[in-house]
Design a protein around this ligand. Sequence first.
Ligand code: SF4
Length: 386
Amino acid sequence: MSLQTLVERAEALYHDIDLRFVAQWKQEHDGKAVGHLPIYVPRELIDAAGMLPVALHGAGDQVEIIRGDAYFQSYICQIPRSVIELALSGRLAALDGFLFPSTCDVIRNLSGMWKVLFPDRYVRYLDVPQNFSVEVGGKFWTEELREIAADLERLGGRKITDSALAESIAKFNDNRRALGELFELRRGEPWRAPAREAYLIIRAGDVMPVEEHTAFVRAYVQAAREADRVKRDHTRVAVTGAFCEQPPLELIETLERAGCYVVWDDFTLGARFIEGDIEVQGDPLDAIARAFLSRSAPNACVFQPQGPRGGWLVETVRRTAAEGVVFAAPSFCDPALLEQPMLEAALDKEGVPHTAFKYAENLGQFQVIREQAGTFSDSLRLWSEA
Ligand code: SF4
């Protein structure tokens, strides 16, 4: 497939808010699909039960919120409104079940509303551990995973055997490796994989079966490496804060148009929430639980037992040779905005420049952000040359 064909396919899936792709997959496989909210759920369990995991990231600017606003107060983020709007307008009808991870109170409340609104669907709230010792949090999470697995077996009508789960773990390990190859390309030669394109390619994994997405990502990396693209004198930036509600595509594009190469970001963090491989030997539920405890991607929604927050961001800046950090968080996102001052302090201590703005997934005006990002990029150029 050509680079253009790959990107067009990803873009079509991004705009498929009626989940026609999912409905077609179900028909072709005589199977079921389970949706989940950000940030993280163990998608391996859904796959091992023979069902299609579907990541829901809101509707961006693609639906007008009419009924969704009636369910939430005005001073919270946008994603729960658009997810409710999608559901009430029948656009999530292809999904047979829903998992709501304990990302924040907003997602918790959304799961309660779902139970009331859709009593005939399978709905489960995933209480991820906040204690990171193997004896306490590990035991709790393994038991929780066992219960979710039993639920999914009932929903899918298929037993999740250890070997099926180990196979699914191996498939998701490979997917994370492929995503790592894409991030490595962006780190090394960011002009070859523009942020908008890379984002669309990763988002295709919201709905594609994991093995298909892995091949899709690798095909993109190869095509992007071979493409004849001009290297520009852009500033290298890392973007953080956008792990749950997603920025509009135009915003991502705006950053690059303003002279920034995005060499790292935490968009759609759930796709690579576990860093590195999960073991495929031994008890697979134990392996998933241990990976969560010891190798979750650092972010505002995961308890950090010790040390100042922000060391990981400084390390990311060093590793990716980013010249500055852009804090881009959804308006009213408590986790991201409460953590931001601690991250800024960590960057200040190391002399790493940063700037910040807020967005909503349905933001329509980008001129102010373009000017801010452009000024940030120019000032980094000036400082580095001074
Ligand atoms: S955007 Fe922030 S506040 Fe809103 S649901 Fe996600 S984590 Fe929670």
